[in-house]
Write a protein that binds this ligand. Structure first.
Ligand SMILES: Nc1ncnc2c1ncn2[C@@H]1O[C@H](COP(=O)(O)OP(=O)(O)OP(=O)(O)O)[C@@H](O)[C@H]1O
Length: 574
């Protein structure tokens, strides 16, 4: 319990101080709450000599308690709940920054569900509960401790009964916590699986229907729902008995206090007023302990959510914090690089020079590693062996955002944001004017279709660009790259979705865009690569040929065979 509270305070970061003040105020709140008991004590002691003035004093004690409670509650909300929103606003930003610097390998299918859960469900749970749970638990415990202490002062026997009830109650809460500790990871895993399966079912719905497997897909979602349901029930069950027993213990201890007080009075070891005071106290002392049980269950949820969020905040960051200031040229050199996905070798011992201001085309059969090679140059993945240099500098030493300033990339899979077309293009240069956006769009051959849309450049694109065709999305991403105007350009099958009508204009635009730049291109069409300054032929992760179109045609290699069978070889990409 204390460990979780410590973690919550650590997570509070720069708000830790404010939260700590909030916790101290919450202790003060417990003290003011206990003033009800003081008022009863005062009345009980004065019962035989009660005057209007004494009633006034008791009323004043109650009033001070009530006022103190209200002021403290306001301050607690201000310091604890208020900080909670600030803390998790910043944690979301921090996680976003971390994710920006995480290696692409971190974003595996498995991790995506975890990241999504951590950034949404877990952060929400922490935002709404983490701080208040600390406040409630401490508040309840302090209140009970203050009351017990007062009772001990008045009668050690009754005080000890109250203390014993408190001790057993706390032990039972530990049992609840320990039980939940075993079940919570199962529940979280079930929740993650449910999120992943549901997303998969929604995203893959069309494919499932087309192949008549919609029902099978639903079955896996149902199974995930069922696992979640089972985990929830198991979690509830682990707490049912200990919590019932926990409540029973307090009732029992309260009854014990009543009985002992009555007994002591009968034996004339206690005066009637004190006995009455204990009768009241018996029920007041544990009045906040019922709520503590549900807060302990909540603390377990908070604990697991904390672990999930901490795991996102602790993801490895890519190394390198150098700038690109001292880079004199844009020659790219690959020195004996190797890379594999999860120990499956993809790129093997590749050594290459990609000269600046030249066009380098990468070709090879599907799956030969063309995209992977580009992903290594852009440092979306880090090489496992060898080094990649730009302008003589190892890219691992350059900060990722700085490195990205050097490159414009047109991906095979284009992602557009749920925003206006203008802002999507401006993503390449946020400071661009409308005229610059239009100019980039014209050069990327998308101005005309944008103009025909109902709101032109202000038309909102659906998430992921879902309201546009593949070709339209690709042209917008080219406009983005044109606007960014980086010295190194990587085009991964950029022309694949463009219709023949726009093909020529687009290639002209690409030529214009790439003129005088270092261009690496993975393209479909022979026309695109035959004018390249060098062509790299990849096969099974190895560079098997390298040269110009003419020199490669003269060699008896797979490039020549490819050119010959190009019309029929569907698995090749040129
Ligand atoms: N994220 C990934 N995790 C695991 N394996 C991957 C991943 N991305 C690609 N691969 C595998 O690496 C190999 C090379 O893929 P890559 O996309 O680099 O080839 P490519 O030559 O660009 O193919 P294509 O022309 O079909 O796009 C393929 O076998 C692919 O299945």
């Amino acid at each position: 319990m204390l460990e979780t509270m410590k973690r919550i305070l650590t997570m509070a970061g720069k708000y830790r101080h404010k939260v700590t003040i909030g916790i101290i105020i919450s202790l003060l709140h417990s003290f003011f709450s206990a003033m009800d008991l003081f008022a009863i004590l005062y009345i009980s002691f004065s019962i035989n000599t009660l005057t209007q003035q004494k009633i006034g004093v008791a009323a004043a004690i109650l009033l001070v308690g009530l006022t103190g409670k209200i002021i403290c509650k306001y301050q607690i909300t201000e310091h604890i709940s208020g900080s909670s929103y600030d803390v998790f606003y910043e944690k979301r930003l921090e996680a976003g920054e971390k994710l920006k610097r995480a290696p692409m390998g971190y974003f595996s299918e498995k991790n995506l569900g975890e990241i999504q859960m951590a950034m949404t469900t877990d952060m929400n749970a922490l935002e709404s509960s983490a701080m208040s749970v600390v406040e409630n638990i401490l508040g309840s415990l302090i209140y009970a401790a203050v009351c017990t202490f007062v009772l001990l002062l008045f009668n050690w026997r009754i005080g000890l009964i109250t203390l014993a009830g408190l001790g057993i109650g706390i032990l039972l809460l530990r049992v609840v916590q320990e039980n939940a500790k075993k079940v919570m990871p199962v529940r979280f895993q079930a929740q993650e699986e449910m999120t992943e399966r549901t997303l998969e079912f929604i995203q893959g719905n069309m494919v499932m229907r087309l192949f008549g497997t919609g029902r099978d897909g639903l079955n896996s979602v149902k199974e995930a729902f069922h696992k979640k349901q089972e985990a929830d029930i198991r979690l509830e069950n682990t707490a049912v008995w200990p919590i019932s027993f926990y409540r029973y213990i307090f009732r029992l201890a309260s009854c014990g206090v009543v009985l002992i007080a009555a007994l002591l009075y009968v034996r004339q070891e206690m005066t009637f007023p004190i006995c009455v005071m204990f009768l009241f106290a018996a029920f007041l002392v544990y009045s906040q302990m019922d709520g503590l049980a549900s807060n302990i269950a909540l603390l377990r949820i908070v604990d697991t959510a904390l672990s999930q969020v901490e795991s996102v905040l602790e993801i490895p960051e890519m190394s390198g914090n150098d700038t690109i200031d001292r880079i004199q040229n844009y020659n790219i050199e690959l020195h004996n690089i190797s890379f594999g996905y999860e120990n499956r070798p993809i790129i093997q011992n590749v050594t290459l020079k990609i000269p600046e201001h030249r066009v380098t085309a990468i070709v090879g059969p599907s799956g030969s590693g063309k995209t992977t090679l580009c992903n290594l140059i852009t440092r979306f993945w880090d090489v496992q062996q060898g080094e990649i240099m730009i302008g003589g500098k190892n890219i691992k030493e350059i900060e990722f955002e700085e490195l990205m300033k050097l490159m414009s990339i047109v991906f095979q899979k284009v992602y557009l944001f749920h925003d206006t077309i203008e802002n999507n293009i401006k993503f390449g240069k946020p400071t661009a004017t409308h005229e610059e956006v239009v100019e980039a769009a014209r050069r990327a051959c998308c101005h005309e279709f944008i103009e025909k849309l109902p709101n032109g450049y202000q038309t909102i694109i659906g998430e992921g660009g879902s309201t546009l065709s593949g070709g339209e999305k690709q042209r917008i991403s080219i406009a983005r790259a044109i606007l960014k105007d980086a010295p190194i350009i990587i085009l991964d099958e950029a022309t694949s979705s463009v219709d023949p009508e726009n093909q020529h204009a687009l290639l002209t635009a690409i030529n214009e865009l790439t003129c005088g730049k270092t261009l690496i291109i993975i393209a479909h069409r022979l026309s695109t690569i035959k004018d390249a300054d060098q062509i790299i032929v990849l096969d099974n992760g190895h560079v098997v040929q390298q040269g110009t179109h003419e020199t490669l045609l003269q060699q008896d290699g797979i490039y020549r065979r490819f050119v010959k069978i190009r019309q029929t070889a569907s698995s090749w990409k040129l």
